[in-house]
Design a protein around this ligand. Sequence first.
Ligand SMILES: Cc1cc2nc3c(=O)[nH]c(=O)nc-3n(C[C@H](O)[C@H](O)[C@H](O)COP(=O)(O)OP(=O)(O)OC[C@H]3O[C@@H](n4cnc5c(N)ncnc54)[C@H](O)[C@@H]3O)c2cc1C
Length: 430
Amino acid sequence: MRRVSSWGRLSALPHEVIELGDRGRVAEALAVGRRGIAYGLGRSYGDVCLNPDGVLWRTAGLDRFVAFDEASGRLVCEAGVALRDIQRLAIPRGWGLPVLPGTEFVTVGGAIANDVHGKNHHATGTFGDHVRSLRLVRTDGREIRCGPDEEAAWFAATVGGLGLTGLIVEAELRLKPVPGPWLESETLAYAGLADFFRLSDESHPAWEQAVSWIDCTSGEVARGLFMRARPVAGERGAWRERRLAMPLVPPVSLVNRLTLRPLNIAYWMANKRRLGRRIVHYEPFLFPLDAIRAWNRMYGPAGFYQYQCVVPREAGHAAIAEMLAVIARSGEGSVLAVLKTFGDRWPPGLLSFARPGVTLALDFQNRAGIEALFERLDAIVSAAGGRLYPAKDARMPRSMFEQGYPRLGEFSAYRDPGMSSAMSRRLMGS
Ligand SMILES: Cc1cc2nc3c(=O)[nH]c(=O)nc-3n(C[C@H](O)[C@H](O)[C@H](O)COP(=O)(O)OP(=O)(O)OC[C@H]3O[C@@H](n4cnc5c(N)ncnc54)[C@H](O)[C@@H]3O)c2cc1C
């Protein structure tokens, strides 16, 4: 038994960890007679990848590339391959992943199981939109190959299926042509949500990447920074990766009621000096947090929650304004509050999160009383017809999950009875 956490570090409970390394022997490894769940790189914040006192099949050893066609951008790889390794292989050859979340330390299996999105949802949809096929192994030994045109119902259940339809062993991905590793980026300051929505709408046609940071401590007309970027060709010289690390877990959270406002002000001041256009490497633009290894330790021994919702665009302005007001009144808040609009595309999975609308993501220190704030935010999200992101969640009530994911009933038929997680028991009862 080994103590395992997810990214939020809310718990470190014992698990029976089974390491997978040979894709030909996965069925054997799944036939242990006890229920379990796949674990990629543990970059989910809550309990979607945890199964305390039960089995975890760790997939990081399934890390081989199987085939890469440099003429078409078709890539076949094992499910434990990290997105970072795909980028490092593909970019020098003129190809890149069409969808990348805010960290590169995510496996292909994890990216499919949560159907992750990037800052370019308006341009390219979700990760599942670019999966041509995948190979799924069930705990009864059955193997299913599925894709948008082959066993499409299994594909729709497995993309965004939270690891509950079986273990993804291999996937075939469609990469997109890229001119190189460089982006032309622009940072703009905004004041208030109307300004944010105006910038989003104006940016979507011409800028592939668009995201914003919002200072949730700045009052009624919230200030923020809008960052947009698009690929640019040409040689720009060498880029050197600089990486810091959070060496230990401090005894108390470094983000707390006292530091929240100063930290937001510091972020604002530091970035306000960098307004305007520049050429940047894709890594610092797309994955700014990857520059500090183990940054999640800064929340101290109790860990932290991420609260990420999406609400339909029609209700979006009012709902986000109300949420920011409730957060400000509570005295809680987030240093890294991210606000972005999704494009109009509906996602391929029955339980995929990203949908047309606006998404807000905030980190909160885990402290007594925080659940009361979450309940107030839940009420606003539900009233607006929105939902929470399971990849980030550790506490949403089952009723909210059922309301936010109306295709749950359809999904249930595809569950592998041998797969179970702390999240599936909390939100689906088994
Ligand atoms: C700093 C940071 C930024 C992030 N930014 C974004 C973002 O912008 N957009 C976004 O969408 N997400 C974002 N995330 C969340 C992250 O992309 C997802 O949680 C992702 O699923 C994590 O992948 P993982 O390989 O670590 O999988 P894990 O977290 O270990 O597991 C995630 C889920 O995938 C399942 N799974 C893993 N491998 C397999 C497999 N082989 N077969 C079947 N199921 C499997 C697990 O059972 C679990 O249900 C971010 C996370 C961090 C830490």
